[in-house]
Structure formats: C-alpha cells, structure tokens
Design a binder for this molecule. Sequence first.
Ligand code: GLY
Length: 442
Amino acid sequence: MPNILLVGNGAREHAMAEAVLRSTEKPLLFSYMKANNPGIASLSVKTKIGSYSDLAAITNFATENKIEFAVIGPEDPLNNGVVDALAITGIPAVGPTKSLARLETSKAFTRNLVSKYKIPGNPQYKVFKAIGGVEEFLNTLDGIVLKPDGLTGGKGVLVQGDHFATPQEALTLCTQILTESSSLIVEEKFDGEEFSLQCLCDGQTVVGTPLVQDHKRRFDDDKGPNTGGMGSYSMPDHSMPFLKPSDIEEGLEITRQVASALLKETGSPYKGIMYGGFIATKNGAKLLEYNARFGDPEAMNILPLLKTDFVDVCRHIIEGTLDKLKIEFEQKATVCKYVVPKGYGLPADHPDAASSRAKIEIGNVGKARLYYSSVDKKEDGLYLSSSRAIGIVGIADTLDAARKIAEEGVKAVSGPVAYREDIGTNALIQKRIDHMKKIRKD
Ligand code: GLY
C-alpha cells in the first residue's frame, strides 16, 4: 500500500487523484493543496492546505506521512522547485526539477533549446531584453505573436488579429511587456488548428497519450477573451479529425528530440509530463509551447481512459523504465465542459461579474464524471470563486454520445454559471476540418 503525495487543487488534480486511486495497489493518497478541493479531499486520507511556495511545509508533510513518491499537478510548485526540495529528503516525484521546468516557465529557454539542437517546429523568432531591434524584426513578419518570458497563467500571449492589429501597435505592447518582464519573445504567427499532445517522459523514453483539443475562448464559436480553457474533447482513435498522421508523428518526434536535448543541455533526465501545444499548419506540425504538466482541462480527457495502472506508470517514469511498460488507453471519445461563473473572464464592471462567490447546487449529473476545480465548500453548501468551477466529462463510444453525457451533467449544475455549448459538436469540428482543408489547399 504505497503512500502517494499529490500536489495541486484543481480539476486536473482531481482527475489525477482518481487515477491514483484506481490502482490495484490500493494506494493511500495524501494531498497538499493551496485551497481545499472537496473532490480531492474526499479521496485523500489526509490533506494539508498551504502555499505552493512553502517548500518546507510540502516536504514536512511528505516525510511525516512516509510518502513513496509525489505527483505534481500545477506549474507553480514546479517553478518554485518542489521536486528539487523533495529530492533532498529522498522522495522522488513525477514532475521536472526547477531547471527542467524551464521547458514551461521560460518560453525563451525552450525556443533557444529547439533552435540550438536543430529540432524542427520553431517559428521565426527573436528574444529581446530591450526594445532596440524589435521594430525591425516586427516588420519582417507576416503575422506577429508576442510572449513575455515567465509564467503567465496561460493568458500572457498576445496575437495579431486578436489583441492588436498593426506592427506599430505591437511595438507599443512590446515596450509595455519589457517593463514587466525581463525578456520578450517576438514570433511569427502560424495559421492552423491547435492540438494538445501530452507525453509521458522518463528522461529517455517519450510516450504519447490521446490527442486533445482545448477551447480557450470564453464564448461559443471561439468568441470573447482567452481563458484557462473552457473545455476539450478527444476522439476514439486518439487522433483529431483535422490532422494528418504525419502531423502527430512530427509532434511526437519534436517531443522526443526535445527530451533528448534537455538531457544533453542540463545533464538531468526530465521525469514528468511534456505537454506540447502544437498547431497543424500547411507545412506540418509546429510548436507553440510546452507545459511541464498535464493540461487543465486536457488531463480530464485522458486520465479516465488510462487502462494501465497509473501508479505503475508513475514508478516507470521515476525509475526511467517507461520503455518496459505497455501504456494503453480506452478507445472512447471524451468531452469535457467547464462550468464557470457567468462573470468568468469578463471585466470587473460587467453586469455578470457579480456571479463570482455565488452559491451553486449540483443535482444528478447522470453518466457524466464531475471534477471539482475552484469551488468553496462551506457548511451550507458549495460556492463559486472567480475561476473555473467544475469540469464535467462525458465518455462514450462516439463523440456525439460523449457530448450528450457532458451536456446532461452540466445542466445538473444550477446557479449563476455558464459553459460552452459548442464544444464537441459536429458543427464546430467540421469548421476545424474545413479550415485545415482551406489552408492545405486539399
Ligand atoms: N489547457 C491549457 C493549459 O493547461 O495550459
């Protein structure tokens, strides 16, 4: 009966907790969270609430509870060096060290690594520490993307057409970014369709998991502000309807080469999740960014499908023996829809902004799975926060059946909440297919 530590408090970690507890080894789960997640708490023998920067609190909780290994959910504790701190006490983890987590925490590090090791997938890009030369480079690009270096909670990227129109406006934004961030990355904008390729990595071997597509925009039809992700789907064949097999192979090959480059560059094996945000373009798969963790919501699509024992998967990651394990996922479709406060992602003066902190009720979600995210459980019931509240997941043989299960589940949540109806619909998927046909000129 292994004692396992989970660090994190979102719906992603609720799905991770469930995956741990499905193990035939009957593990005992100990959870360190920055806010109480009632779903994770109900699956844990012990929980501790604390900050993700309080590494002593995390390591003490781990040593007191004789933890065999830890699984780290979010990027913040990785960025703070939780894996390094646990290693000093002799506790291994699924998750990269602070240095290796630069894969996510420094976009400049990753672009330069990919470039240095001649790995395909990078756009034209330059990293700037001062404004000199920015204007000249902006004027060479057909489409522009601006990224501050460092963690931005998925919301720091500025894209031409969405956030600004002209190179001149981009230049003003670059000046602003450089006052707040030590480095600025200016990149060529790709046209295509995005997909999430979450890979397991033990430092040498990279194993792909079913592809997922996330929906960042707040409203149906990809309208409104960017969010942490409003929902996602995956297909029974583990591909995406708008991809060619070569796009997937390219995404995997880039990830394999990045894992090997990380080892050469740092001398340490990357043990954890390499979640590549890729975009299929007319010239194949290109790399948007890496995250050093499972996606949220994407973890909720893939972990419930995992047939291989998750504890076994974690051990093989830690021991560097992933090549010895057959990792299988059910051939099912999944649709995840996030239930959010009506005011989520909207300006504070918007009439719906007051929905945050309101009370919600959850009825019968039917066949759907429910993963708690930012909810506050008080004595008299559940309350919203200002962030995504509940991930509802439908799983079935077809995408349409999975979507219907998720819809039924979402409708069981009452209160001032919202969600995206179009995620998992044939109409939205057809739009993606048509977009790719147009840009590939098929
Ligand atoms: N799905 C976006 C993220 O996890 O960063």
